[in-house]
Design a binder for this molecule. Structure first.
Ligand SMILES: [Mg+2]
Length: 231
């Protein structure tokens, strides 16, 4: 559902998307990765249920708010029988993500429509090399006009520089004509507001934090932006 909190100052002429939990929901692939983890740990399988292991890992993952080495260090502490080192498990997870992410036809169709409507767009994501794997697995790498990955460009959200670089790539000025779509109030919404962009926040069932400047729009999924962008 689309909720318009405040109309953008200008007609939207270009769109920037966050990746994780905006174009690619973590919820879908994360559980598939943890199920694979369970399959890959026979000694753990002997004593725990798949549901217990997956639930515990999802809890420790804290919606992605923990670095991967810390997550697997915690798993090793709780379940020493899994063996290996945190960094080996991080490498394992990176490989597993590639096959756990599935392309979302609805999202791909929506993005294809942006091209039909000649609306320039791109992806701006914080993270390392595995962001490229995600882009490929979600089949976004072949269709996105560009993607800025923080580890590659040496800038990260919410720094103004990465938003300005994205605007340069879009070829659009001024910033008010660009809509930034993301799920992170600080990195995505406040960051984009900082350079003067309009913003749409992906709610994921949450309330927007009190006391922070509100985004222009609240959405549940990117396709909710159809009436704003595709007419
Ligand atoms: Mg995100």
């Amino acid at each position: 559902m689309l909720v318009v909190e405040s109309q953008p100052q200008s007609k939207i002429a270009g769109v920037l998307f966050d990746l994780d939990n905006t174009l690619v929901p973590r919820k879908g692939w994360l559980r598939r990765v943890f199920k694979e983890f369970y399959k890959a740990t026979p000694l753990l399988r002997a004593s725990r249920s798949e549901e217990e292991v997956c639930s515990r890992l999802i809890e420790w993952d804290n919606d992605g708010d923990v670095d991967r080495a810390s997550l697997y260090a915690r798993a090793l502490k709780a379940w020493p029988e899994i063996g290996g080192t945190p960094s080996e498990w991080v490498d394992w997870e990176t490989q597993a993500i590639g096959s756990a992410i599935e392309p979302d036809d609805e999202v791909l169709l929506f993005l294809a429509r942006l091209r039909e409507f000649q609306i320039p767009w791109g992806i701006v994501t914080n993270g390392g090399a595995r962001q490229r794997l995600k882009l490929a697995a979600a089949k976004l790498d072949g269709i996105t006009p560009f993607s800025l990955v923080s580890s590659e460009c040496g800038m990260r959200k919410p720094e103004p520089a990465i938003f300005r670089e994205a605007m340069r790539r879009l070829g659009l000025v001024p910033a008010e004509t660009v809509l930034f779509v993301g799920d992170d109030p600080d990195n995505d919404i406040v960051g984009a507001q900082g350079v003067g962009m309009a913003t749409a926040w992906v709610r994921r069932g949450r309330q927007y934090p009190h006391g922070m400047p509100a985004p222009n729009m609240l959405i549940d999924r990117v396709n909710d932006l159809r009436p704003v962008l595709l007419q």
